[in-house]
Design a protein around this ligand. Structure first.
Ligand code: ADE
Length: 245
C-alpha cells in the first residue's frame, strides 16, 4: 500500500514515520510513505504557495495551482483516481471502521492544509474524503495525516508480526482491550490477577472477555451500547453485564 502526503513540511513526515513498526514496514516494502513538497510545484518566482484571502480577513490561503500540479504528478505514478483525503475539523470523525475501509485501498493521497485554509476550488476538484481526527483545532494537517497513516498501515497484512497482531486490539470487536501484565508478580504491593498465573486457558479467556466488557462499560458506555446494538455481545457477555448491576 502506498501513502502519498502533499505537504509544505515533508521532513515532518519522514522524521516521524521513519521509526518503529511503520518505519520497518516501509523499509521492507510492505508499505511506502512518500512526502511530496507542494512548494516544489509553485510557478511563483518567489516560490510563494499562499496569498491573501479574497474579501479580506486574517491569515493566508494556500493557492490551488501548486497543489493541483503536485496532485497531477502523484497521479501519474499511481494511475487513475486514488482517494484524496483532506484533514479538516469540518470532516467526519476518523475511527477504526474508517481505518479499516481505507486499508483496503492500494494508493492514498493526503493533502495537508496550513495557514487559514486552502482555496476551496482545489478541494472541490480533487478531494474525495474530508476527515477530522477529533473536535479540536490543530495548526496543520501533518499530525492528523500521520495519525491516520499509522492506524491504517498497521491493518495492512504483513505490517504487524504475529506478536503485534491487531486481532485483539481495542475496537476490533467494538470493545476496549483487557488489561495486560508482565513480570514481576508483585509491584508496589499490587499483584498480578491470580487467574493469569493459573495456566487455565479457558478461565483466562473468560476473565479477559469480562475485563473488556467491564472496562468498556466504565470508560466508554457509548461503545458498549453500540456493541450491543451491532450484535457483538454473546449471551454469556450479556449475562456477565447483567451480573454487574
Ligand atoms: N486540521 C486542523 N485541525 C484538525 C483536526 N481536528 N482534524 C483533522 N485535521 C485538522
Amino acid at each position: 500500500m502506498n501513502f502519498y502526503v502533499m505537504t509544505l513540511f515533508p521532513e515532518m513526515i519522514s522524521q516521524v514515520m521513519g521509526d518503529s513498526i511503520i518505519g520497518r514496514a516501509a523499509e521492507t516494502g510492505t508499505i511506502s510513505i512518500t512526502p511530496v513538497n507542494i512548494r516544489d510545484y509553485t510557478q511563483d518566482k518567489h516560490k510563494h504557495v499562499d496569498d491573501y484571502p479574497y474579501g479580506g480577513g486574517a491569515g493566508m490561503v494556500m493557492q490551488a495551482q501548486p497543489i493541483y500540479d503536485c496532485y497531477r504528478d502523484i497521479v501519474e505514478k499511481t494511475g487513475p483516481a486514488p482517494r484524496v483525503i483532506y484533514m479538516t475539523p469540518q470532516g467526519r470523525v476518523f475511527d477504526q471502521a474508517a481505518a479499516q475501509s481505507l486499508a483496503g485501498e492500494e494508493n492514498l493521497i493526503f493533502l495537508c492544509g496550513h495557514y487559514e485554509g486552502v482555496d476551496e476550488r482545489i478541494l472541490e476538484e480533487i478531494v474525495t474524503d474530508n476527515i477530522s481526527i477529533g473536535d479540536y483545532v490543530l495548526t496543520g494537517g501533518e499530525l492528523p495525516a500521520m495519525v491516520m497513516i499509522d492506524a491504517i498501515a498497521r491493518l495492512v497484512p504483513g505490517v504487524l508480526n504475529n506478536r503485534e497482531s491487531a486481532e485483539y486490539d481495542s475496537f476490533q470487536d467494538g470493545l476496549l482491550e483487557y488489561p495486560q501484565y508482565t513480570r514481576p508478580e508483585e509491584f508496589h504491593g499490587r499483584m498480578v490477577p491470580e487467574v493469569l498465573l493459573s495456566g487455565h486457558h479457558q478461565h483466562i479467556d473468560t476473565w479477559r472477555r469480562q475485563q473488556s466488557l467491564l472496562r468498556t462499560k466504565e470508560r466508554r458506555p457509548d461503545l458498549l451500547a453500540a456493541a450491543e446494538q451491532s450484535g457483538y455481545l454473546s449471551p454469556a457477555d450479556l449475562a456477565y453485564l447483567e451480573s454487574l448491576q
